[in-house]
Design a protein around this ligand. Structure first.
Ligand SMILES: Cc1ncc(COP(=O)(O)O)c(C=O)c1O
Length: 449
């Protein structure tokens, strides 16, 4: 049996962890008595203040938001994007009042359980993607239909309004940049349309912005990767455009998992100061202090010393960029001639000074198998059994509990697969694609007989 190759795993290769920088940061934090004593006691509810400040300034220089520098009042420290998603639901939703959780499909499948834990098992609904990343018209129509129903309003609430001052009527969950799993990036105009829509229908956008920092030009170019543009976050659009509502409608869910290491369990939330303050009042934070407090002091050192940005620029981006090129070349060489398509939507692009740059980035790409082949789960099963090759097949990304999402998947994303370049080295990725091509050739022949 050949060596297993796992193109499903959305984890960074362990050799890419900044171990030495973390050791130095740990030493620096713990050998400073002032930092050590504040790091080892309960943290403030909003999180370690120096880290909130460094994140605000780092995000300001990365995103250059139209509304200007990000104040640290817009930032709270979290235990990572998954933990924070659960916290957001605790304070801003009520299963009686919050009517629907809309999830862009194909969706990051592990998020479904977090919504189910919060009482939304019956209320998860998929929103189809189009080439622009989300079908906004479809969502508007679904909202109009839903709000027109006689049973769409309930006067009962589980959480008292004195304590839970802001409960949103709907939630929209998405990964708008280098999406997990579809790799699509929504353009600026799509984001503007979304912000208009969510304000109209009292929707809270929870945007997992966890891949943004890993980006490079799609085509090899002499341009510095630092110039690779990405669109503003939904929280930037929400902040930049006027609204009378101080709560706001978009929270950016950020994480150091993909750029430092998942084990550090540190992330951040960015939203309106009112949202951020209320988020920090989650019961478990009030009792235990901000999550990941000790590790926050290490991450702060990585940011203020510049070693994290250096690691991203000099290790992560060059490695992922190079693996991306190997993977895409192998797909074009071995899979496209068999009828496999790369289905990552219309590329986001920006033109500056006569140069058009199309960014690629994140961890994933998405392919769709030719229609004559059996379903993707059958291909995945055979790939695993016969070629020791694992990949995430389309049906895994159905919005759980939504029959229509499952039906749509049969005709669309369910016929595809997500491939990840974060875990394996270039040689193994190339080998993985060659194994898949061998299997597809056999399966295509079987279809003809
Ligand atoms: C879209 C998305 N959200 C959240 C996570 C998990 O983030 P964290 O490690 O910060 O909990 C992942 C990791 O795969 C992800 O792809």
């Amino acid at each position: 049996m050949s060596k297993p190759i796992n193109l499903q795993l959305g984890w960074p290769s362990t050799r890419l962890f900044p171990v030495e920088q973390l050791a130095e940061a740990t030493q620096a934090a713990l050998s400073d008595p002032e930092v050590a004593s504040s790091a080892l006691i309960y943290g403030p509810d909003l999180g370690y203040a120096p880290l909130r400040k460094s994140i605000a300034s780092w995000l300001s220089s990365f995103y250059q938001p139209a509304a200007g520098e990000i104040p640290s009042e817009r930032i709270a420290i979290t235990g990572g994007a998954s933990q924070n998603l659960a916290n957001i639901l605790q304070v801003f939703t009520d299963p009686e009042v919050t009517q629907r959780v809309w999830m862009v499909e194909p969706t990051y499948f592990l998020a479904c359980t977090i919504f189910q834990d919060a009482g939304f098992s019956e209320k998860l609904r998929g929103v189809p993607e189009n080439d622009g990343g989300i079908d906004v018209k479809w969502l508007r129509k679904a909202l109009v239909e839903f709000e027109g129903r006689s049973d769409s309003h309930s006067s009962h609430r589980t959480k008292p309004s004195e304590q839970y001052q802001k409960i949103y009527r709907h939630v929209l969950y998405l990964t708008p940049t280098f999406s997990n799993p579809s790799a699509k990036t929504m353009g600026t105009n799509v984001r503007e349309q979304l912000i208009d829509l969510v304000r109209e229908y009292d929707i809270l956008i929870i945007s997992d912005d966890v891949y943004d920092f890993l980006r490079w030009p799609e085509e090899p170019t002499s341009e510095s990767t630092k110039l690779t543009p990405i669109p503003p976050r939904l929280s930037d659009v929400d902040r930049a455009t006027s609204s009378d509502d101080e709560w706001g409608n978009a929270i950016s869910n950020g994480s150091f998992s993909k750029i430092v290491a998942p084990g550090v369990r540190v992330g951040w939330a960015e939203g309106s100061p009112k949202q951020i303050l209320r988020l920090s009042e989650t019961g478990s934070t009030r009792s235990g202090g901000a999550p990941s407090h000790l590790t926050s002091t290490f991450i702060n050192h990585l940011l203020t010393s510049g070693s994290l940005q250096k690691h991203i620029d000099e290790v992560l981006i060059p490695t992922y960029q190079s693996r991306y090129r190997v993977l895409m070349t192998a797909i074009k060489q071995y899979l496209q001639p068999l009828g496999v398509l790369i289905t990552t939507g219309s590329p986001y692009m920006e033109t500056t000074e006569n140069t058009t740059i199309v960014p690629a980035g994140g961890f994933f790409t998405y392919i769709t198998f030719p229609p004559e082949l059996p379903s993707a789960d059958i291909i995945a099963k055979r790939a695993k059994e016969e070629y020791s090759l694992i990949f995430a097949y389309g049906e895994m990304f159905v919005v759980q509990g939504d029959k229509t999402s499952s039906e749509r998947s049969h005709k669309g994303f369910g016929r595809g697969a997500r491939l990840c370049w974060a875990w394996h080295e270039e040689k193994e990725m190339q080998e993985g694609i060659e194994r898949l091509a061998k299997l597809l050739r056999i399966m295509l022949k079987e279809c003809q007989t």
